[in-house]
Design a protein around this ligand. Structure first.
Ligand code: ATP
Length: 239
């Protein structure tokens, strides 16, 4: 589904990613973990076209997307739910969701029924249904996170990139975010998840890559990394 080969990217003259290679198979959940500043967010930004890679190949299906602007990447079926919940604060919940469907309606892929997508989102996130007329900027942090995920899903993506969906949330809400991720996985949504809660991410993922200073340090089945003593002591705080 998504294949990244020897990706190099950075800011100005500073190279942050020094040649990453990894892939996300269709229907699987792959997680990217690693310490602060390792380059996780930068990786997602380079994939979704928010940041132009310096070199390397990024294949979405058979199409080369490296260097394409983000709206073109989105039209090819990649949705990115960025860190910090970028929603439109002055629009209603429902209008935010509708904007998520927009890339699909103007794109080259199947169009389908937006109303059915609303039903699906409100089924996944009942809180959003209760608040569908409310201005998005007045939602709580957890609700805004749900909305950011819901908006990304409204495009019916081939693959969903999730950047720290649990960021800034109270523990109970973090559980809720992971429940949603589990549910999407049961529906075979292909996902690439960046998470600070590495142990939880490894519990839910199929495969994992551990990033350190812009390089992949470990990779493997999420379950085996979860039990790997080196990974546990360095990245899981012994958990
Ligand atoms: P965190 O878990 O703290 O979010 P991360 O693994 O997502 O970390 P990145 O945000 O990708 O890390 O940052 C990787 C490196 O790139 C860091 O050293 C960071 O300071 C640098 N960096 C990130 N954004 C920019 C920017 N806009 N300009 C310059 N340097 C940047």
């Amino acid at each position: 589904m998504l294949k990244v080969q020897d990706l190099k990217a950075g800011y100005g003259r500073v190279e942050v990613l020094h040649g990453l290679s990894f892939h996300v198979p269709k229907g699987e959940l792959v997680t990217l973990i690693g310490s602060n500043g390792a380059g996780k967010t930068t990786t997602l930004r380079a994939i979704s076209g928010m940041l132009r890679p310096q070199s390397g190949a990024i294949l979405l299906g058979d199409a080369e997307i490296a260097g394409l602007p983000s709206h073109q990447v989105a039209r090819r079926g990649l949705a990115h739910s960025p860190e910090g919940r970028r929603i439109f604060p002055s629009l209603s919940v429902e209008d935010n969701l509708r904007l998520g469907a927009f890339v699909r309606l103007t794109g080259v892929r199947e169009k389908g029924d937006v109303e059915a997508d609303f039903d699906r989102m409100y089924d996944l996130f009942p809180r959003l249904k209760e608040r569908r007329e409310q201005q998005a900027g007045t939602l709580s942090g957890g609700e805004q996170q749900m909305l950011a995920m819901g908006r990304a899903l409204m495009s019916r993506p081939e693959i969903l990139l999730l950047d720290e969906p649990s960021m800034g949330l109270a523990p109970r809400l973090v559980e809720g975010v992971f429940d949603t991720i589990r549910r999407l996985k049961e529906e075979h949504v292909t996902m690439l998840l960046v998470e600070q809660f590495a142990a939880m991410a490894l519990d839910v993922a199929d495969h994992a890559y551990v990033l350190e200073n812009g390089r992949i340090r470990f990779q493997g089945a999420a379950k085996s990394l979860r039990n790997d003593p080196a990974v546990r002591s360095a990245y899981l705080g012994g958990h």
